[in-house]
Design a protein around this ligand. Structure first.
Ligand SMILES: O=C(O)C(=O)C[C@H](O)[C@H](O)CO
Ligand SMILES: [Fe+2]
Length: 399
């Protein structure tokens, strides 16, 4: 029988209303977390890592994946602190490896991390979902951020739809939209003001996708040799959403970007977090095919689903019911695992987590991190777990 995927759940640390005790009760073995309280760019000391690790192990769980050791802006823009930030990053990897934690997720999205316009979008059955509503994003870009170049990015019809959307908002709704879009790193309370965001935008005025990719390649050339020495598997998370927004380039959006990334520094330590929600937000991404072609480079799986709208918007769907065929995705994941098992690879039990989940019933009683409810994620985890086992048992019977 093909080994099981390693079931994990994300935990944001002591401030997370979903406690380790609750996570233990879900039946997962692994926790995905980070030292969110340490400012981006600072070294994570070995005592700080061990303290968090011992807290997790005291609950019978394992700290399986770090998500994320975030990349400092100075590395993304090749700024004056780049060398210092790279040295700190390597020291953090060294300390993590010393504690035996060797799968590290990160992303290279400029300034903002994953971006949505709505964090409490109600579906007809009453659940709450995350949403990327394109007219709302365009309204923010054109008329709240007042980015001049946005008028070149959007057609007159799109500008009209954005204006119509904005005119329908009261002042409080406008402020909520601004705070939602300008939210900072996951697990922190960081929210940029429009003025602060404009300062960040100015730092990217000469950084297009080509330049950002050069800076990513530079980061990998410096980090991956250290990761190899340490036995650490770096796994980049794709951009969410997987396309440029607000005049900022995004360079980890599709199969070509992922192939380019792997070729920037070919190494078992230079791998991928395959996030079906992020990549699936681009209808042109063939997710089952991408797993079939890039599967050997996948070190971590985020499985979730989004439902596309006609105008380029999307919202978080039930894990098995959105625009992505998760049965075909899971089939390719299982085939990748079988191939690894046949090759005698040690990493057959790929860590997997359900990504953003809906808020369902008592989830509404808790102020959980957006997308990181308990019941909603648990529903997704159970469905994915059943799907995995079903496909594996079928594969075993039809030799
Ligand atoms: O956007 C997603 O799919 C995520 O998993 C968000 C994560 O918090 C993070 O941005 C990935 O590095
Ligand atoms: Fe993800």
């Amino acid at each position: 029988m093909i080994k099981d995927l390693e079931q994990t759940l994300r935990w944001f640390g002591p401030s997370d209303p979903v406690t380790l005790a609750a996570i233990r009760q879900t039946g997962v073995s692994g926790v995905v977390t980070a030292l969110h309280h340490i400012p981006c760019g600072e070294v994570w000391t070995l005592p700080a890592i061990r303290e968090r690790q011992q807290e997790i192990e005291a609950h019978g769980l394992t700290w399986s994946v770090v998500e994320s050791v975030n990349v400092h802006e100075s590395i993304k823009i090749a700024g004056p602190q780049r060398e210092e930030m790279i040295a700190n990053y390597i020291q953090t990897l060294t300390n993590l490896a010393e504690a035996g934690i060797k799968t590290v997720c990160y992303n290279f999205m400029p300034v903002l991390d994953w971006t949505r316009t709505h964090l409490d979008y109600r579906l007809p059955n009453g659940v709450s979902a995350l949403r990327f509503h394109r007219p709302a994003l365009m309204a923010f870009d054109l008329y709240l951020l007042e980015r001049k170049a946005a008028f070149d990015d959007f057609t007159p019809a799109e500008q009209a739809s954005a204006k119509k959307y904005l005119d329908g908002l009261n002042e409080e709704e406008k402020q909520t939209l601004i705070r939602t879009i300008l939210a900072g790193l996951p697990g922190t309370d960081e929210v940029f003001t429009i003025a602060e965001f404009k300062e960040h935008l100015a730092r990217y005025k000469d950084i297009d996708a080509v330049k950002l990719k050069e800076n990513l390649a530079y980061f990998l050339r410096n980090i991956i040799p250290a990761a190899e020495r340490l036995g650490v598997k770096m796994c980049i998370h794709p951009d969410d959403p997987p396309f440029a927004i607000l005049g900022l380039p995004r360079v980890v959006c599709n199969e070509a970007d992922l192939k380019e990334l792997i070729n920037m520094y070919p190494s078992p330590s230079n791998g991928i977090t395959f996030c079906t929600g992020s990549l699936g937000a681009n209808p042109n991404n063939d997710l089952p095919g991408m797993i079939a072609r890039l599967g050997s480079h996948i070190h971590f799986l985020h499985l979730r689903n989004v439902q596309h709208d006609a105008d380029g918007s999307f919202y978080e769907a039930e894990h098995l019911k959105g625009s992505t065929d998760m049965v075909q995705v899971m089939k390719q994941v299982v085939l990748e695992q079988r191939s690894r098992q046949q090759l005698g690879r040690a990493d057959v039990a790929i860590p997997v987590r359900p990504d953003h989940g809906h808020k369902i019933w008592t989830d509404f009683n808790f102020n959980t991190y957006p997308g990181y409810s308990l019941i909603g994620r648990l529903k997704g985890l159970a469905e994915l777990n059943g799907l995995e086992k079903g496909i594996k048992s079928m594969l075993e019977t039809v030799k």
